[in-house]
Design a protein around this ligand. Structure first.
Ligand code: DC
Length: 252
């Protein structure tokens, strides 16, 4: 072997580890925190939940039978999903989601999608298709791509299954009542009429399906840093992750 190629890689202290995996249950703060961390590091923010939502939205849109896992799996294998940076949009989004060129960023966040997405996300064929796509994006951005220095990928199984070699893994968590309260306020802000009790019941049902499914259930990777977000401000969590990513001391 050429000795010149055996030297250890130089750590990218200034721009971080290239890949940051953030997992956790619904409304644990993954999206808000991941988006802010990505902005500070000039990383692409990639929310994998949006992909499961797209497949669910498309199945509902086509009146497909959600009990037919093969039909939904085939849809996941063939649909053209693009997850893009926000661009010029100023409507509070953290990413732009296109399906065959159509902007479905908000359509995939409807209560109907919310109620069905966990079932779709438990289908093995759907998971195989979307995980493969996510892995490709992860390796594409890991060393910088399209003007970005890396990627922050958020979901439920990023640190455990999709990118198990990610150098920095974070697992965000908070009690279900606090997460339901956050989601309830968010829905109210978007003018959706619902009750806290309904949001709490939906969230408990989703937690159950996401963490008990046979394939890639929600759990923290053994080497993930677990952060409980209850009572912590977004700024503090973001500062902590950026400090870890850039090997800077964290004094807050
Ligand atoms: O994070 P979210 O609420 O947008 O996720 C939507 C659904 O997709 C949720 O039921 C969990 C599932 N999901 C998953 O199974 N694996 C991922 N990597 C991301 C989301």
């Amino acid at each position: 072997m050429n000795p010149a190629t055996t030297t250890a890689p130089i750590p990218k202290l200034s721009i971080g580890p290239g890949v940051i995996a953030i997992d956790g249950p619904a409304a644990s703060g993954k999206s808000t925190v991941g988006f802010a961390v990505a902005g500070l590091l000039n990383y692409l923010f990639f929310d994998t939940g949006a992909m499961y939502r797209v497949v669910t939205w498309a199945a509902l849109d086509q009146s497909a039978d959600l009990g037919d896992a093969d039909a939904v799996g085939q849809l996941a294998e063939t649909i053209e999903i693009s997850i893009l940076p926000v661009g010029d949009a100023q409507d509070g989004r953290h990413l732009t989601v296109l399906v065959d060129g159509r902007d479905v960023t908000w359509a995939v966040r409807s209560p109907e999608v919310d109620q069905n997405v966990s079932t779709v996300a438990a289908m093995p064929r759907v998971r195989a298709a979307l995980s493969q796509h996510q892995r490709l994006i992860g390796s594409q951005y890991a060393h910088g791509h399209a003007g970005m220095d890396g990627i922050v990928m958020v979901g439920r199984d990023i640190g455990t299954v999709v990118l198990p070699d990610a150098p920095l893994k974070i697992y965000l968590d908070a009690p279900v009542t606090e997460r339901a309260q956050r989601r309830f306020l968010e829905l109210q802000k978007r003018g959706k009429s619902t009750t806290f009790e309904q949001v709490l019941a939906d969230m408990q049902a989703r937690d159950r399906i996401d963490s008990q499914r046979a394939i890639a259930p929600l759990r923290a990777a053994d080497d993930a840093l677990i952060i409980s977000t209850a009572g912590l401000g977004v700024q503090e969590i973001v500062a902590r992750i950026v400090a870890l990513a850039t090997n800077q001391p964290f004094n807050q």
